[in-house]
Ligand binder design. Structure first.
Ligand code: GLC
Length: 425
């Protein structure tokens, strides 16, 4: 038994984004950047200053990098060797939440506990060394108001993080205090950057022609090198907080995901495209097809990838999450639904890249460039890169040949180390 055909087609068309809408999205994104450059308060893009430009590629030395922003935290000891080369000399990594054991990101968790946990990982990465001086770069992947490379104040949590006592605080001050509590005053946090900025720094340490960095993972966001970022007309990387872009047309499922989230009304684009929410969208849409409640059935983007890769996995996943056993025809329909959700996500992201490139090129043709992207959705969601490439073709025609997206895997760590060097120059 397949789903009611009319209802199924309706759902598919609600998630389908044609070329015209793609074009409108790219234009709206460019407009929001333009408005934001004049007055960030008037745009849904926050245009946050990073106080970092692009590296020269010649940076050298051993630095610590703290990569904090998803469910996993990593601390790396990185040796920059210049010429785009580096080596990982030490590493510690652990999730911020282990079901039934601990949870540092829920609303009951306190800032002190969270930062003590981070300091513990740093201790592990330096193998307990309390003598040698270490400068630490911190990739902190949340919207932060910066006044320089060190001072970054968390504006508001995103991605359903809810730990008390961090919003409004200078995150590196919290980290410094925790390091002191651990007796690790030889470790000095010197720079904070957003993960998008880290990806851009890391990619341009290794190659030329990169001006845009993006994360396409649990969350989604983009930054770019703005040639005239301050009153003196200096170039600086701006963190757009693209996930907050709100000139998007939402369907009823997007609205439901938003209504069920911690902060309804915020992060509209992010809730349509990122890994944290994509599985939930699928679950809610399936709920509607089965005429069940439209609620969060716990589908994740990992489930979605699996369902796209192996039709054979669908029956098991759907019966476990929804308590319904789909027949073969339904499995095919479910795969098709998962595909349109993933495709819409990639097309939306591509449209924002085009808006950014057009803003950068002004009246000139778009420059030849690589867009640096990191993140599990980009890396692992079947079709993501191909959907993006075909959206570029639709929007840019021949110019699409000048642009490609490149995976900058692990850029968050390397970027933090580069930021630490830059802060010392
Ligand atoms: C969320 C955060 C943003 C981050 C992105 C990717 O959108 O607000 O700062 O860059 O997730 O991790």
């Amino acid at each position: 038994m397949a789903f009611d055909k009319k209802r199924f087609e309706e759902v598919i068309s609600e998630f389908t984004m044609d070329t015209e809408e793609l074009q409108r999205t790219a234009e709206a994104f460019q407009r929001e950047i333009r408005i934001g450059l004049e007055d960030a308060g008037k745009s849904s893009l926050q245009m946050l200053k990073s106080y970092a430009g692009l590296p020269t590629g010649k940076e050298t030395g051993e630095y610590l990098a703290l990569d904090f922003g998803g469910t996993n935290v990593r601390v790396l000891r990185i040796r920059l060797e210049g010429g785009g080369k580096f080596e990982i000399a030490g590493k510690a990594a652990r999730p911020l939440r282990v079901e039934g054991e601990y949870d540092y990101i829920c609303a009951e968790a306190k800032a002190e506990e969270m930062f003590d946990f981070l300091a513990g990982l740093i201790e592990e990465a330096v193998e307990g060394d309390r003598e040698k001086k270490y400068f630490l770069g911190h990739t902190f992947s949340f919207p932060s108001e910066q006044t320089d490379l060190y001072n970054a104040r968390l504006i508001a949590w995103t991605k359903e993080f809810a730990t008390q006592g961090v919003e409004g605080k200078v995150v590196n001050d919290l980290l410094k205090e925790a390091l002191e509590r651990k007796g690790l005053s030889n470790v000095e946090p010197v720079a904070v950057i957003n993960d998008t900025v880290a990806v851009l720094l890391s990619a341009s340490y290794k190659q030329d022609d990169v001006y845009i960095g993006s994360i396409y993972a649990t969350g989604h966001n983009t930054c770019y090198l703005e040639p005239h970022a301050d009153a003196e007309g200096r170039a600086m990387i701006l963190n757009l907080e693209a996930g907050g872009f709100d000139k998007v047309s939402r369907n009823r499922f997007d609205e439901k995901v938003d209504a069920l989230s911690d902060r309804p009304g915020t992060q509209r684009l992010e809730k349509m495209v990122s890994g944290r929410y994509m599985g939930e969208l699928l679950g809610i849409a399936l709920g509607s097809l089965y005429e069940m409640d439209e609620m969060d059935y716990g589908f994740t983007s990992i489930d979605m990838s699996e369902m796209l890769q192996k039709e054979g996995s669908i029956e098991g996943i759907v019966s476990k999450k929804l308590g319904k056993v789909p027949d073969m025809e339904e499995c095919r329909d479910i795969q098709c639904l998962a595909r349109v959700i993933a495709e819409r996500s990639a097309r939306l992201v591509a449209a924002t890249f085009v808006g950014t490139m057009r803003q950068l090129s002004g009246k000139e043709p778009i420059k030849k460039q690589h867009i640096a992207v990191d993140g599990s959705v980009y890396e692992k969601m079947p079709g993501a890169k191909e959907y993006m490439a075909s959206a570029f073709l639709e929007l840019l025609g021949e110019d699409a040949g000048k642009v490609d997206t490149v995976l900058d895997c692990g850029g968050s760590g390397l970027g933090a180390a580069i930021a630490a060097v830059v802060s010392k120059q």
